[in-house]
Design a protein around this ligand. Structure first.
Ligand SMILES: [Zn+2]
Length: 507
């Protein structure tokens, strides 16, 4: 049997730190359910002291995870951080506190103002305090990739002695070449007393496009946990992409003496889900999960793949769940069929909720005949957006064309049940609709980005619109909406972003 490599997913913590990718608790729970279905070993659910939202997410994810995986909360090596994380993790059956501090010369000197000995003292204190609350404590040596190796050996050894069960060696800035990083891991294994009793984890970034290579080289040199995110989401150039690491280990398990327990057939779905929730699109030529990852357009390649798939394809698309959904529902699919498929997709509803969902499904099925899994997910997410909204869309009507002046009439209802109607003209129908919304909602903002994509194939596909608006204080809010009519989905998306802005700024 090869070594088991633990997959530590930090989409909800490091991934969420991507500019504009912030998620609310409900959205994090949707992703967490998918991570559980995919069988990740650890979910890093947030940084509890950083905000009430992060605290709540860690708490809620701890509640749904049960025995399925470890739930981890991030802290600095600060007492209060650790106490708050422990509090948030009380719901988790398998809680882990992730604590540590910067260890490179620039972190010690410029950020923390600590000598090496003081840093070691702080690390030991943090690990010991965390161990008072939980049995599973991961110590991170931030910016280990640029640390003095002798000092790294000393601080890691001190953390292990203090009770750390996992030591995380991050290349925080994505600076290393793979073999240099691998050599650091090999050196730690050789020189750190007690290292054989703990898990060595690596956390790498993609600044030089080598995050996956760094992680794999670390695995080859003895690391048995990899920290990564779906789609490589994360600050700057992002984190190591989970799907890449998992598939590289799967392709080369024997050589690496390694395997993971990830259900690879769920990778594509996880990728789409994270992209749709964060509004961060995946580049078409992205490894494993890009839209073109299994597309062959050159005639020679197509011919080759048709004769024998492995001529030009190293991965069977079915192994990563690509190639479209197999199950198609229609308007004739009854309650039982819909409920069954929704269950398989991981959604459960009360009878009352389900009736709503069924009506929405019928509307979509009437319009587009064939309903795919992606459509079902869209229906559920649309309903979630509506149920938490400050303002809901009752009606939108536009007139446009050449040489008409595009105009829009919008009717909205607020939480108190009051209804308002406004009319505006603009440079196009969407601009007109947004101006009419602005007249009613009246909250200052800038529309920073607008993008539209089809949820599934075909001209009758649901259109999903993502917008980003910037509030007066500079905060960015994402909004999404889906509908068969692009004007309707655009208006829903804008309203969704404004709803988030309003509820966030009210807190
Ligand atoms: Zn990071």
């Amino acid at each position: 049997m090869t070594r088991k490599i633990n997959i530590f997913d930090t989409t909800l913590r490091d991934g969420e730190q991507s500019p504009g990718a912030s998620m609310n608790t409900e959205e994090k729970l949707i992703i967490a359910r998918q991570l559980i279905r995919m069988n990740v070993d650890v979910i890093e659910a947030g940084f509890p002291i950083s905000s009430p939202g992060d605290f709540k997410s860690v708490e809620e994810i701890g509640r749904i995870a049960g025995d399925a995986c470890t739930v981890c909360g991030l802290t600095r090596a600060v007492d209060k951080d650790i106490e708050v994380a422990a509090e948030a993790l009380r719901t988790a059956k398998r809680p882990r506190i992730h604590t540590g501090l910067g260890v490179s010369p620039s972190h010690l000197r410029d950020k923390l103002h600590l000598t090496e000995d003081e840093a070691i003292e702080r690390a030991v204190r943090a690990v010991k305090l965390a161990r008072n609350f939980v049995d599973d404590v991961e110590f991170y040596a931030e910016d280990a990739g640029r640390a003095d190796q002798d000092f790294l050996v000393r601080i890691v050894e001190a953390a292990v002695k203090a009770g750390a069960t996992v030591v995380n060696i991050p290349d925080t800035t994505g600076y290393n070449l793979p073999w240099a990083f691998g050599a650091r891991i090999a050196d730690l294994r050789e020189r750190v007393d007690g290292i054989e009793d703990v898990t060595i984890s690596v956390h790498t970034h993609n600044d030089l496009g080598m995050a996956t290579a760094l992680a794999i080289e670390a695995v080859r040199n003895g690391a048995t946990q990899v920290e990564c995110t779906i789609n490589g989401l994360g600050e700057r150039a992002g984190n190591t992409a989970l799907e890449e690491v998992v598939m590289a280990i799967r392709m080369h398990g024997e050589e690496l003496d390694a395997h993971t327990d990830i259900v690879t057939q769920e990778l594509t779905r996880a990728s789409k889900l994270v992209s749709s929730i964060t509004g961060m699109t995946v580049q078409a030529n992205k490894a494993i999960v890009g839209a073109n990852a299994f597309a062959h357009s050159s005639g020679i390649h197509q011919d080759g793949v048709l004769k024998a798939r492995d001529t030009y394809e190293i991965i069977d698309p079915a192994d990563v769940g690509a190639g479209g959904s197999q199950i198609i529902l229609t308007a004739r699919s009854g309650h039982a069929a819909l409920r069954h498929r929704m269950g398989e997709l991981g959604f459960t509803f009360t009878d009352e909720e389900f009736e709503d969902i069924y009506q929405a499904f019928l509307e979509v099925a009437d319009k587009k005949k064939e309903v795919y899994d992606e459509d079902l997910e869209s229906i559920v997410h649309e309903r979630e957006r509506v149920s938490t909204a400050v303002w809901n869309l009752d009606a939108v009507q536009v007139s446009c064309g050449f040489p008409l002046t595009p105009t829009a009439t919008i009717t909205l209802t607020n939480m108190g049940g009051e209804t308002f109607t406004a009319c505006a003209y603009g440079t196009g129908p969407i601009d007109a609709a947004y101006k009419a919304v602005d007249q009613i909602v009246a909250v200052a903002n800038d529309l920073a980005e607008f993008s539209v994509k089809a949820v599934t194939r075909g001209i009758d596909a649901l259109g999903e619109v993502t917008v980003r608006v910037t509030a007066e204080n500079g905060e960015v809010y994402i909004g999404r909406g889906s509908d068969g009519d692009i004007i309707v989905s655009s208006t829903k998306a804008y309203l969704n972003a404004l709803n988030r802005l309003i509820s966030d700024q009210a807190r």
